[in-house]
Design a protein around this ligand. Sequence first.
Ligand SMILES: [Zn+2]
Ligand SMILES: [Zn+2]
Length: 345
Amino acid sequence: MVSFSYGNSRGKGILVDLFNSFPAFSRRVEGLTLDRASLIKLEFGLLIPPFLPNRVEMITMGYVDLHLHTTASDGVLNPSELVRYAKAKGLQAVAITDHDTIDGCEEGLSEGERIGFEVIPGIEIKHSTGSMHILGFFLDIHHPSLNERLKYLQRARAERNPKMVEKLKRLGVDITFEEVVKASGGGQVGRPHFANVLLEKKYVRSFQEAFDRFLKKGAPAYVDKFRFTSKEALHFINEAKGVGVLAHPNTLGMNGYSELEKLVLRLVEEGLQGIEVYYPEHSAADVAKYKTLAERHGLLVTGGTDYHGMEKNGLDIGVGRGEMKLPYSIVENLKTVRNRSLSGR
Ligand SMILES: [Zn+2]
Ligand SMILES: [Zn+2]
């Protein structure tokens, strides 16, 4: 903690605004490596005011962020960088919740141990209907059935692209899996890369036409992405000693309270123990509604920014767009519920 005064800001806290004010850090976001000098500054979480060209941000110690992505899914920072950044920002604890994988947790946990920062191993699982996401916290990441289920998911995903190639061939399109992989530039292969190949080979005149005629859901070359049902996801989260929480309920597109309540009650029967009440896209009315729902049914309240590390809309870890200040008691409550259900086993 340092005292500072800079521009109109005055106070006590940790000075960091790495993305906006530290050029080397911004360069890392574009795929280059962070230089050593800035890494050291990042670790200490302290930037001297003259280095900050535009904005100084003060974060009071002790807040938490329980929804974060790393390079293990679609985040920009690797788990170690994310953990160091969170500490530099003055947070007290974070949860790593990558999409459908726990691959970033081990690294995040050991970096947390190294620098003395609390990291909660977690996951965010996409439900088979798409708009519902389930968060899992405090997972035993070495639990055999959790790992087995996630491996199954990866295998099922890997089979999807070759299946789409087969369907296109049957439709008379001359295409190979290698061409699609090449179009992806070596990254994760997806439908946009199929569209590029179709466009290049003049089967379609536009990207949109590729989706409309072949690739969109319901079109003849479409293959469903494998996803777990909520029941399966909550089952293996609980089995791996984790706590299952409904992520950002606003994406469910449910307007009425009673409709949402019905769904939540069904999920509770399947093993749900909490609701992500605090989320950057939730309005004040949303927050009030989800909080009431959680309280009425004895569910945990959690929150997080869903930070991916490259947000262009001013969203940042721990604070969202400035409105998120989540106390450590959220983590304590999660631990209490987890211990209670573990001892009840
Ligand atoms: Zn999500
Ligand atoms: Zn997310």
